[in-house]
Write a protein that binds this ligand. Structure first.
Ligand code: ATP
Length: 506
């Protein structure tokens, strides 16, 4: 029997940026009614390929057919008309508009008398879109900007699901979602598959891909390496295809137990987003922070980083009182921060890599008595880049030209460069490929071996359990419990996040 006509066939896709190839003759074939994973390490070319399908980036060459018919995708409108829907990592939303207006963005609003916007109908339709994902905690009338990142992602996904399409393209949709929200998304994606439409799914979370997707296409260095049915390949072989080497995927163990010296303590800390919080951290200790999105994790980190108004309580760093008036003051005290919104908070996008890495350390470096020359800065950045396996043309390349995962590696490299005493990490491996992820864990271990303490906020539960010594669970702006990470099961942690007893099957 002849194979069915592919829903999407993209062949010989080539794209170079300023002469540097990002894609070299890539092929991607997606059948109707399948969830197809697009995989590859950071900088392999996944986003470039997706942007070409979305009509955002013009390819140098590409033959694209939908349902066997050759098409030209030269604008986002053309992609939309062809039945393609995109949910990107860095999405375009208008925070000052309502959830409903964002869901209907780019579409015709429901109208009364053919002229006036029918707001009631708009909100009703938006609610229907949210219902599909089982979302009942978001009011379509509230401003999108009031929502956390995870909820904003849910709104975007709801918008893409508003009308039936042929192919839904999702770039790391679960990176900002809680475990429960991810499960709801997967249920909808399976419904889409059952209806005969398809999903092209990009994720660095391999377990998720193995459980959800039918087939995968693997890119490496801008070339299609292989493509096939996922049930016929092992997890380890898939990693080896992506990275080109075997990767040790065990969470590195700490060289020694945390020492008894206290590095940091919070005593009754209160801000507008958190209720009194107290805990202390020892030298070499990693404290994980778990919780449903918007439970106060971000507020806690910002309070420690001098970026929130304290209305009560106090902190100590080592033996001295610690009350940073600004993030700059926190850096100066030896507290470093890897923010989750790297574009907004972590990077100066239109400046070179070396400036981004050294920016925060300028004073410390020049105070050491040597001039901070560009050559020295570049050398420093190149060394740090190598430790996180940065894929870039060189340290002088602008950050905006790097792939998402490589940008995240720079934020991390910048944070550890100054040998901080306290390292605040929010989703440090979000968007980072499996090889570099384990390099990042090793660097965390190196720091703790030298006595640094770490606070790790992460929605990746295996990571949280694998790297933390203890895990603080947050709910409604307070720490409800702190548990030992060793031996903790993922579903018990999920139950704790929901305030349910452990041992329950979610
Ligand atoms: N605007 C640009 N200018 C120059 N080079 C670019 C530009 N956009 C992407 N590149 C380069 O193209 C290559 C592929 O990047 P791409 O973003 O497609 O990777 P990716 O597979 O999506 O990675 P990630 O998993 O990190 O998101 C990278 O080497 C990147 O630096």
């Amino acid at each position: 029997m002849a194979p069915p006509t592919p829903l999407l066939a993209a062949t010989s896709v080539t794209k170079a940026y300023a002469g540097v190839p990002a894609l070299s003759g890539v092929n991607l074939v997606v059948a109707p009614g399948e969830i197809h994973a697009l995989m590859g390490e950071n900088g392999a070319g996944k986003s470039t390929l997706i942007k070409i399908l979305a009509g955002v980036v013009a390819p140098d060459t590409a033959d694209i057919a939908i349902d066997g018919v050759p098409v030209k995708i030269d604008s986002t409108k053309a992609a939309y008309r062809l039945g393609l829907r995109f949910i990107h990592q860095e999405f375009n939303v208008v925070p000052t508009l309502s959830v409903a207006e964002n869901i209907f963005m780019g579409r015709r609003y429901p109208r009364r008398a053919g002229f006036f916007v029918d707001w009631a109908a708009l909100n009703r339709e938006a609610q229907r879109a949210l219902d599909r994902l089982g979302i009942d905690h978001i009011d379509p009338r509230q401003n999108l900007g009031m929502l956390g990142l995870g909820d904003q992602m849910l709104v975007r996904i709801s918008a893409a699901l508003l009308d039936d399409a042929k192919l839904y393209v999702m770039d790391e949709p679960t990176a900002a979602l809680s475990a429960d929200e991810s499960q709801r998304l997967f249920r909808v994606l399976r419904e889409i598959r059952a209806s005969g439409s398809s999903v092209l799914y990009v994720s660095h979370r391999l377990d998720e891909v193995m459980a959800l997707c039918d087939k995968a296409t693997v890119l490496r260095d801008g070339r299609s390496i292989d493509s096939g049915v996922l049930s016929t390949i092992t997890h380890d072989d898939l990693v080896a295809l992506m990275i080109g080497r075997k990767v040790e995927e065990a969470y590195p163990k700490a060289a020694a137990a945390p020492r008894d010296t206290t590095v940091f303590s919070a005593n009754g800390l209160v801000t507008p987003g958190i209720k009194p919080i107290s805990f202390s951290l020892r030298e070499g200790e990693v404290l994980g922070v778990a919780g449903l999105s918007g439970s106060g994790q971000g507020e806690l980190i910002r309070a420690i980083f001098g970026d929130a108004k304290l209305t009560g309580g106090s902190m100590r760093l080592g033996t001295a009182p610690y009350a940073p008036s600004s993030p700059a003051a926190a850096w100066q005290s030896g507290v470093a921060y890897v923010p989750r919104e790297r574009r907004a908070q972590g990077l100066v996008m239109r400046r070179p890599i070396y400036e981004n890495i050294t920016l925060a350390h300028l004073r410390r470096q020049s105070r050491a008595g040597t001039w901070l020359t560009p050559a020295r800065e570049k050398r420093f950045a190149a060394d740090l880049g190598a430790t996180v396996r940065l894929k870039a043309v060189g340290p002088a390349q602008d950050v905006i030209e790097l792939s998402g995962g490589n940008q995240q590696k720079i934020v991390f490299a910048k944070a550890v460069a100054g040998n901080p005493r306290l390292l605040l990490l929010e989703e440090p491996t979000r968007g980072v490929d499996v090889g570099a992820k384990f390099d990042i864990y090793s660097i965390i271990r190196e720091r703790t071996a030298k006595g640094a303490a770490v606070i790790l906020v992460s929605s990746d539960l295996p990571e949280l359990i694998g790297i933390s010594d203890r895990i603080a669970v947050m709910r409604g702006g307070e720490i409800t419990t702190i548990v030992e990470a060793a031996g903790l099961r993922e579903d018990d942690l999920v139950n704790l996040c929901y305030g349910r007893p452990t041992g329950m099957v979610a």
